[in-house]
Design a protein around this ligand. Structure first.
Ligand code: ADP
Length: 639
């Protein structure tokens, strides 16, 4: 291969522009990114070598070396991992293959601080070298290829890059950063050591640097650090999760989390355990403080990495965690799985099933623990005080995802239900649990009442709540899109049925006294002839028309059958392009309302009937089938 000049893919050019022009707030992350690439390259080699040990050639000890050359003003990061072939150098360092990074570029706001945070989250890797370098050369040889098939890639980080064939005896990759004038700090060995300690202590690979010694200057010359030719390991180089808990500080747990999650913030909590028994594994699991940008992306990769006997196997082992806990970050290291385990095998493995169950239970206990400490008791210890308020911030970020668990994880449904919180007619804050609700139920109340709506305001203003307000009965207000679907799987809590106030026949049971019941029956009886006419007038729109006592101020409302889909959900699914059967709602009227009383004998009966129906539809957030006809009818009456 002769020397060729190639252009970066447009997205790379865009990314490079950002990297070189605005990422100054946290420059040192470039080293974390390059070390992490080097470590990935070693993981890949180890993995491929499982089936082909000759790939180790004569260097089975995997390591990363960092060298500074003050005279040449270069910083070089060398690994003896899998390396790059000539074509791989062109493909991997000239285009952005990962959809995640492309998405990253799409999200850039142009605002420096926000973008810098984003880059942390996405970890755009290799290109971050251009934060400190005005030219980068990469020299590499892929494991297994002959020395003559080495490659040199180089670029100044603007429109294009060059590649050429080189001879390279050593397997693996050297990334040579030609430092910018303002990045001379990174030529100081101690500076690099400090950054390695901060970000890469837990990389399980040794990161080595040449030992330096202080040498006094001669003849009044200042002294300086000189290299000794001896390489020493500058990181802990042991996988954090393999160390005993008591030897690990909170800072170390936190920095490990930041390293694996790319989240610059601290986690809300973590749990580190060695599980013994029929399946042996170590779990180190974290609850993040913030939802990742792709939490609702169906293809989101799971956050738990799988290791087998300390060998990294895969990043996105989604069989280790159920979907509704996909936000959990961490590591599982199994002692039992075979090293060459494949994705297919993972899905069938009984060990994996046991690990998944164990991890699920562990995460639920972590969340329960936060819930328990949400409010710090008087005289609480520091640990408990630190946990206060964390549950609500967890719930704000991940509550809707947790609710998916009701539909997915039957064996833990009760535990999940206990963790759920809602707003209610007594509080706007999303803080009421089913248990809180039950404790406040009125004498004679037999159900937990709730309503689902698109927004809190829509829920609060819904006519179905009128009688509950009047009687001072609390109703849970559910406003997450997932709520109705999730509640389809839960019919009771701790023996008390859940009842939507917008579904089915209205029956307050013992909460209504005999006199009220009697009055309602009488009203219904005397209203019968009008009802029959209403049914006839609305036969295309309403399944049924009946008198209700659920309304106080409104003339009418719409309800669906018990167990049926609410009208909001039906609308939502329709909008999403799903075919929905045309089910009609039932119109319920308030026989005490002046407008309803007017119906009897009115010359406008037909118009009034339709207006009643359409207004009930408007009140719950829908639109009349024929808005123009509705307006015409109202106007006719207004005139
Ligand atoms: P990412 O690591 O997130 O995929 P990068 O931009 O950091 O993105 O790297 C792009 C690709 O370049 C990597 O996926 C990998 O294939 C290759 N690469 C980067 N650094 C190395 C290295 N030290 N050894 C081998 N391949 C590397």
């Amino acid at each position: 291969m002769s020397k060729q000049k190639l252009s970066f893919q447009a997205e790379v050019a865009q990314l490079l522009h950002l990297v070189t022009h605005s990422l100054y707030s946290n420059r040192e992350i470039f080293l974390r990114e390059l070390i992490s690439n080097a470590s990935d390259a070693c993981d890949k080699l180890r993995f491929e070598a499982l089936n082909n040990a000759s790939l180790y050639e004569d260097a089975p000890e995997l390591e990363v070396r960092i060298a500074v050359d003050k005279a040449a003003r270069t910083l070089t990061i060398t690994d003896n991992g899998i390396g790059l072939s000539q074509q791989e150098a062109i493909d991997n360092l000239g285009t952005i293959a990962k959809s995640g990074t492309r998405e990253f570029v799409g999200k850039l706001s142009g605002e420096q601080k926000a973008d810098a945070q984003l880059i942390g989250q996405f970890g755009v890797g290799f290109y971050s070298g251009f934060i400190v370098a005005d030219r980068i050369s990469v020299e590499s040889r892929r494991a297994g290829l002959p020395a003559a098939e080495g490659v040199r890639w180089s670029s100044t980080g603007t429109g294009d890059f060059e590649v050429e064939a080189i001879d390279r005896a050593a397997r693996g990759t050297s990334v040579i950063l030609h430092l910018r004038d303002d990045a001379a700090d990174y030529l100081e060995g101690w500076q690099i050591r400090q950054i390695v300690g901060k970000y890469s202590d837990h990389i399980s690979l040794p990161i080595k640097m040449e030992k330096e010694e202080w040498k006094e200057g001669e003849n009044d010359q200042p002294g300086e650090m000189v290299k000794t030719g001896e390489w020493e390991t500058v990181n802990q180089a042991s996988a954090l999760w393999t160390r005993p808990k008591k030897d690990i500080t909170d800072e170390q747990y936190t920095s490990f989390y930041q390293q694996i999650s790319h989240d610059p913030e601290a986690p809300l909590s973590w749990s580190h355990n060695k599980v013994e028994g029929s399946t042996e594994y170590t779990q180190l699991l974290y609850l993040p403080g913030k939802a990742p940008h792709d939490l609702y992306n169906r293809e989101k990769v799971a956050g738990v990495k799988l290791y087998v006997k300390r060998v990294f196997i895969m990043d996105d082992a989604d069989s280790l965690m159920p979907g509704y806990l996909r936000f959990v970050q961490g590591v599982v290291d199994s002692a039992d799985l075979p090293l060459n385990v494949s994705r297919e095998l993972l899905q069938e493995s009984r060990d994996v099933k046991a690990i998944r169950e164990g991890c699920t239970k562990r995460v639920l206990s972590m969340i329960e623990d936060l819930a328990k400490h949400e409010v710090a008791a008087d005289g609480a210890d520091d640990d408990a005080k630190a946990k206060a308020g964390r549950f609500s911030s967890f719930y704000k970020e991940f509550g809707p995802v947790l609710k998916e668990g009701l539909t997915e994880d039957f064996s833990n449904r009760e535990r999940i239900a206990k963790l759920l919180r809602y707003a209610s007619t007594t509080t706007d804050s999303v803080s009421v649990s089913f248990a809180d609700y039950k404790a406040r139920m009125k004498d004679g109340q037999e159900a937990i009442y709730y309503i689902t709506a698109d927004t809190l305001a829509a829920a609060q203003n819904s006519p179905q709540l009128e009688v509950f307000r009047k009687k001072g009965i609390e109703v849970l207000l559910m406003t997450d899109r997932v709520d109705e679907w999730a509640l389809g799987y839960v019919h009771e809590f701790d023996g008390t049925p859940l009842q939507s106030v917008a579904k089915g026949q209205f029956d307050l049971g013992k909460l209504q006294d005999e006199a009220e019941k009697k009055a309602a029956e009488e009203a219904a009886e005397s209203f019968k002839p009008v009802l029959a006419k209403l049914k006839e007038a609305l036969k295309d729109k309403a399944l049924d028309v009946r008198v209700t006592t659920r309304l106080v101020d409104s003339p009418a409302c719409l309800v669906v059958q018990d167990g049926g889909m609410s009208m909001q959900l039906a609308r939502m699914l329709k909008q999403a392009g799903q075919k929905m059967p045309d089910t009609k709602p039932t119109l319920e009227v308030n026989a005490e309302h002046a407008l309803v009383k007017k119906l009897d004998g009115s010359v406008h009966f037909n118009d009034l009937a339709h207006i009643l129906f359409d207004q009930a539809l408007l009140a719950e957030g829908g639109l009349p089938d024929d808005p123009a006809a509705y307006v015409k009818r109202v106007n006719a009456l207004l005139v």
